[in-house]
Design a protein around this ligand. Sequence first.
Ligand SMILES: NC(=O)c1ccc[n+]([C@@H]2O[C@H](COP(=O)([O-])OP(=O)(O)OC[C@H]3O[C@@H](n4cnc5c(N)ncnc54)[C@H](OP(=O)(O)O)[C@@H]3O)[C@@H](O)[C@H]2O)c1
Length: 264
Amino acid sequence: MLPGQVVWITGASSGIGEELAVGFAAAGAKLVLSARRPEELARVAARCAGAEVLVLPLDLAKSDAFEGLVPRVLAHFGRIDLVVHNGGISQRSLVKDTEMAVHRRIMEVNYFGTVALTRAVLPSMLAAKQGQFVVISSVAGKVGTPLRSAYCASKHALHGFFDSLRAEVAKEGISVTMICPGYIATEVSKNALTADGSPTNRTGEDIANGFSAEATARQIIAAVSAKKSEVYVGRFVGKERLALGMKRFLPGVLERLVQNQAPK
Ligand SMILES: NC(=O)c1ccc[n+]([C@@H]2O[C@H](COP(=O)([O-])OP(=O)(O)OC[C@H]3O[C@@H](n4cnc5c(N)ncnc54)[C@H](OP(=O)(O)O)[C@@H]3O)[C@@H](O)[C@H]2O)c1
């Protein structure tokens, strides 16, 4: 990553996105910070001391507004070099209990919102013949696990979309980096939706004991600079990293292990 690049981060008001903002600022980037809560974005902007920051609130579930946001970024900074699709919500509910509206909500925020912002930014990157999309997927984007059907589906869908986009635009100077974090200590499980769409309001044990968001951001920025196509980030040794290896080489064993995690 070169100093002076314009980096647009969604979900910048908390967790991984917040630490990415601080990390990219330290690397000399100019930042566009987006999420729904302007006051939290202002707090994060204040942590990015020395960087030029544009706070641009958006709701990933209201993608009709995105076409209008891109000209505002271009008017302010002149270009968009990198978009970090980080904003998202998780889930903690069984398929048999989960309302259809919850499935739709998670797909709207995690998948359709991300697709819509990509569509809005892509023309400016094609015209500039350069750019990079960074997508914060998850180990759940590779492995389906209990209580996270919609979340896993939304993250798996991102891999399909962005693998296709990568193939379409590689020759135009545009790259795609898929990031698959393991358990990271953030608000993700507190904000995760239950069967009726209300948040859990509690931090699960795996997340409470997760890898730090700050160290995760450092690993992500290294992968982005190296223009990796897909990378795991998080604890070097952990069950989620093991799961990725097993999915590839021992899928049957992984299937049985994941089944044993299912609530009885
Ligand atoms: N923590 C983990 O263990 C883990 C593991 C794998 C992947 N991830 C992924 O990492 C990303 C960041 O999550 P996190 O762990 O940092 O959790 P977090 O602390 O809950 O942060 C989520 C961010 O997404 C934003 N967001 C949520 N709904 C939104 C909406 N409708 N429109 C715009 N922004 C929205 C939130 O901001 P507002 O509330 O202000 O809108 C917040 O900034 C997510 O995509 C998550 O799936 C996390």
